[in-house]
Design a protein around this ligand. Structure first.
Ligand code: BG6
Length: 516
């Protein structure tokens, strides 16, 4: 019997999360005096505490290069939380959190750091009666992964995967390599001392509320799946624009560029969620296998194909929201002849039955007019009869827009009759905004992801094969650019929507970039 009553949705958690609660554990953060720890990680742990999601017993031990006392670290943590947490400081909870924060310093290429760490962790575990579960968060440059993993192993800090031992898990931050070879090296290094089931490769886009909603939208509604294919969809546009310029990240970004920084990880994951088949269960590996199938189906862009399927560009001097910015090559720390791209547009095909012939247009860039991430699914035109009979004025096609940030939600463009006695039509939008419908602000991506590691749910993390498959695809493009690229990249003024070449990429197919 069909149900007629709207119900509160059941908790949307994968099998692993449902069956396990967050375990009492020690979170060890490498890179504890860095930006990520202050801005994202400590505020995330603190918010989990406020929301009652942390295990009842836990500790956080930071390891950094700076020499700080526990108290100095706690002060830095408090400032970070005051500035970056989505919820404000609550004195009672802060006092509890404060007593569970610890710090030590030492170089990661010295084994003594790890032997000291072992006695420090064991001391904390004894003091707080923790059972020995440990999570190691590598918020450090990949060049230091090797000594860190070796140190952890040699000092006996990692337990094997068996029923008797407490768990040991490692969280690996991006960048996981800068091409296929270097990604494999990082995977080898971590794989030497950790079992694949202990490794959590983070892609913070997968922790965003609206990104998780893509699967719910597709597979918890009956109306989308039947039309989610090449018969009804004309094309998909994926836009991740940022108004920020380079800032202080030249040393990293010069070596990365937009393709490695945004597309290899975040955007390919979005594409996988949009294009994947329905998984047969929410088991982490089933979901990851299904995402992986999309990656395997991507048509390679090799050699001369980069000329027709890709555009890369750099921002030039311009104004964003009325404020002037210098061109990329004039930014501090950037080589004056740099060919690092700050913008990429791609035309991508997923070669399977569902998506045959449907282009996915992707664009991402820095120094654009505004921050916006969205996926727009454009449906096919209706036949040129009835309300679409005028050959000079065609009806706007239906468009489903999934807004990931900043204003999270979803909109469906449909054609409606204008009120009045004439038979006039107009496109209108059915608009759903997360903020208006649900009272509570969405948790930050890192909150969800850290909680998942504590419960042992790897669904939202990247498996080794997925990382290597995405690098395989991206490395083809990088090589194509080397052999078929032009020396000087096209430019776009800071504060604009990208270079003219990107317009041509889509306009030669008779389509246009959406205004976001
Ligand atoms: C990071 C990139 O992974 O993602 C940054 O290194 C980028 O360059 C950031 O700005 C974007 O993340 P978000 O969550 O702000 O969209």
């Amino acid at each position: 019997m069909p149900s007629t009553k709207p119900t509160e949705t059941p908790e949307i958690l994968s099998e692993a999360t449902k069956s396990a609660l967050a375990q009492p554990c020690t979170l060890v953060i490498f890179g504890a005096s860095g930006d990520l720890t202050r801005r994202k990680l400590l505020p995330a742990v603190y918010n989990l505490l406020l929301d009652g999601l942390l295990p009842p017993n836990y500790a956080v031990l930071g390891l950094g290069r700076k020499s700080l006392s526990d108290d100095e670290f706690r002060q830095i943590a408090k400032k970070g939380i005051e500035q970056f947490s989505r919820q404000t400081i609550n004195d009672e909870k802060w006092n509890e959190f404060h007593d569970r924060l610890f710090y030590m310093n030492g170089p990661v290429d010295d084994l003594a750091t790890f032997t000291n760490m072992k006695s420090r962790i064991e001391g904390i575990e004894n003091q707080l009666k923790l059972p020995g579960h440990r999570i190691f968060y590598l918020a450090i440059p990949p060049t230091t992964f090797s000594p860190t993993c070796e140190g952890l192993h040699k000092a006996g800090l990692i337990y094997p995967v068996d029923d008797q031992s407490p768990f040991s898990r490692v969280i690996v931050e991006k960048p996981i390599g800068r091409d296929l070879e270097s990604a494999k090296v990082i995977n080898e290094i971590t794989g030497r001392v950790f079992d694949e089931s202990q490794i959590y490769r983070i892609d913070h886009y997968l922790g965003k509320e609206t990104v998780q909603n893509i699967m719910v939208m597709r597979f918890a509604n009956s109306i989308f799946e039947p039309i989610w294919n090449h018969r009804y969809i004309d094309h998909v546009q994926l836009t991740v624009s940022e108004a920020e310029t380079l800032g202080t990240r030249a040393s990293y970004y010069e070596e990365a560029g937009a393709l490695r920084d945004m597309i290899q990880n975040h955007i390919l994951q979005l594409l996988c969620l949009i294009a994947m088949e329905p998984p047969y269960s929410l088991d982490p590996d089933v979901v990851r296998n299904t995402r992986m199938d999309v990656m395997r189906g991507l048509r390679p862009i090799r050699g001369k194909d980069v000329e027709t399927m890709t555009v890369r560009a750099q921002y030039a001097h311009g104004a964003i929201n009325g404020k002037e910015f210098p061109g990329y090559r004039r930014e501090e720390g950037v080589r004056p002849d740099s060919t690092t791209e700050t913008y990429v547009a791609l035309k991508v095909f997923v070669e399977n039955w569902r998506w045959a012939g449907v282009p996915f247009y992707i664009r991402t860039g820095k120094a654009m007019p505004k921050r916006s991430s969205e996926i727009a699914v454009q449906f096919k035109d209706i036949p040129q009869i009835l309300f679409n009979a005028d050959p000079n004025v065609s009806q706007a096609p239906n468009l489903l827009t999934l807004r990931i940030q900043p204003e999270e939600g979803m909109a469906l463009r449909i054609i409606s009759k204008k009120p009045g006695s004439k038979a006039q039509t107009r496109p209108v939008e059915m608009d759903f905004k997360y903020g208006d419908t649900f009272d509570a602000p969405s948790p930050e991506a890192y909150e969800r992801l850290l909680l998942d590691v504590m419960t042992g749910d790897a669904s939202l993390f990247m498996r080794r094969d997925a990382v290597e498959a995405s690098w395989t695809w991206v490395t083809d493009i990088l090589q194509g650019w080397e052999t078929h690229g032009t020396k000087w990249l096209p430019e776009y003024p800071a504060g604009s929507w990208g270079p003219i070449e990107a317009d041509r990429l889509i306009e030669t197919d008779g389509r246009k970039w959406r205004e976001v």
